[in-house]
Design a protein around this ligand. Structure first.
Ligand SMILES: Cc1cc2nc3c(=O)[nH]c(=O)nc-3n(C[C@H](O)[C@H](O)[C@H](O)COP(=O)(O)O)c2cc1C
Ligand SMILES: C=C(O[C@@H]1CC(C(=O)O)=C[C@@H](OP(=O)(O)O)[C@H]1O)C(=O)O
Length: 407
């Protein structure tokens, strides 16, 4: 399963094409729209999210709610395009020299964005809008749409994924609250006890008191005309043992997940399990003892975060991410004009105060995409029923403790 997205932030549409999605998977339109809505509603978002209602349409590859095995095509109209159609026109209209269009030309690159380097690399110095329109995190709406379909596929196999906000600015969940999110759980319990409260929280975190303090921190940043970053924890429950592989660098699931998650705008670090704390632990304390329990191999701890040797080990997958503060400041920032080379204040674009809640939804989606890719590599990608048979056969094999398969 692969996907590609296209479209500019203020252009007419965002689009995505997914290829290699199995046939006969029943999709739920409400779930798809609910995931997109989660990305939009987090506390701290700016004016743009009041304009958009991300109503993605599936325009190929699905009939009566079931996938056909053919490429799935998705389209999402940017409602803000109504305000930008002259500036973002695909074809020449003669309006290019109008006051509306020239007012939107950007030659003062914003530090912390792709503006300067993208402008030089693609020779777009006459108007950096040609860079920022695609570099914008608007594109992540399509990734959430793709990820929603992947989550729906994976849920058939008892796999549940959540991205929770664990810190905004100085306000963080406690160690106990972090552990609560990451405890081994059945998909059903996890949905009830963890996912549902997180989805209901305005900042997508588990504890209502911490959520209130996070909201207050966002309000304060707004008053102080600055922005905030934070941290996210992604947890996946119900994973079978063995997704990914140790055999080649590009098949290691931790490397693939890192690449997928680091591709999210403004994400600056990814770690697994005890992550950067491993640096101060002893070897003994960092191990997850192997035990034989309920006729299966199990683990007495989860320091590794569910991955060993680039493969899932049956424990919950636990990934932490850090997001930098939104770079745009309402005051602008020190910069240099592309044309005159004079010192200037960078262009100020309308902006979010924080997008950590939104990024937690995107992280959920990128994790779902990567897990589904590994899952289909292992169990097949043509037809849903056949994939289920392969999966059940593998679970039977594991239930025998890995014995008898070839006897
Ligand atoms: C959901 C989301 C919304 C964002 N909103 C803004 C924003 O309103 N203003 C801004 O300056 N950056 C915003 N960013 C961050 C920029 O997109 C990002 O910093 C920029 O593309 C440069 O990429 P880099 O930080 O990964 O180097 C947002 C990021 C995400 C994930
Ligand atoms: C549009 C989205 O986020 C945008 C991401 C973004 C950026 O620089 O990344 C800048 C802002 O765009 P605008 O200038 O149109 O207000 C955000 O609103 C979205 O998440 O759908």
């Amino acid at each position: 399963m692969e996907y590609v997205t296209a479209g500019e932030s203020h252009g007419p549409y965002l689009t995505a094409i997914i290829s290699g999605f199995p046939a006969n998977v029943q999709l739920d339109q409400q779930q798809l729209l609910a995931d997109l809505r989660q990305r939009q509603i987090g506390y701290g978002r700016g004016e743009r999210m009041k304009i958009e209602t991300d109503q993605v349409q599936i325009v190929g590859g699905v009939r009566y709610g079931k996938t056909l095995g053919s490429p799935i095509a998705l389209m999402l109209a940017n409602r803000d395009y109504q305000n930008w159609h002259e500036v973002m026109s695909v074809w020449p209209t003669g309006a290019e020299k109008s006051a509306t269009v020239t007012k939107r030309i950007i030659t003062k690159p914003r530090p912390g964005h792709a503006d300067l380097v993208g402008g030089l690399k693609y020779d777009q110095q006459q108007d950096l809008r040609n860079v920022l329109e695609r570099a914008s995190a608007r594109e992540t709406a399509m990734r959430v749409a793709v990820g929603s379909l992947c989550k729906q596929f994976l849920s058939q196999f008892g796999i549940a994924i959540v991205g929770a906000v664990t810190q905004i600015g100085q306000v963080a969940l406690s160690k106990e609250q972090l552990e609560k999110i990451s405890q081994p759980s059945s998909a059903a319990n996890f949905k009830r006890e963890i996912i549902t409260p997180i989805y209901a929280s305005p900042v997508r975190t588990i504890d209502p008191d911490t959520a209130q303090r996070m909201q207050a921190a966002i309000d304060q940043a707004y008053q102080e005309q600055t922005t905030l970053g934070g941290k996210i924890r992604v947890v996946v429950q119900g994973l079978p043992i063995g997704l990914g592989s140790y055999v080649s660098a590009d098949q290691k699931l931790d490397s693939r997940l890192s690449a997928a998650l680091m591709s999210i705008n403004a994400i600056k670090g990814v770690s697994f399990g005890d992550g950067f704390n491993f640096g101060r632990e002893t070897g003994r304390a960092a191990l997850d003892p192997i035990i034989w329990c309920n006729h299966s191999f199990q683990r007495a701890a989860n320091h590794q975060g569910g991955l060993e040797g680039g493969m899932t080990n049956g424990m919950p997958l636990v990934i932490d991410l850090v997001m930098k503060p939104i770079p745009t400041q309402t005051t602008g920032a020190p910069s240099v004009d592309m044309q005159t080379h004079e010192s200037v204040v960078s262009t100020v674009e309308r902006s979010d105060i924080t997008a950590v809640p939104a990024a937690s939804v995107i992280a959920e989606a990128m994790t779902a995409i990567t897990i589904m890719q590994a899952f289909c590599e292992m169990f097949g990608h043509d037809e849903n029923q056949r994939i289920k048979q392969n999966f059940d056969h593998y679970l039977d094999y594991l239930k025998k403790g890995g014995l008898d398969q070839n006897d």
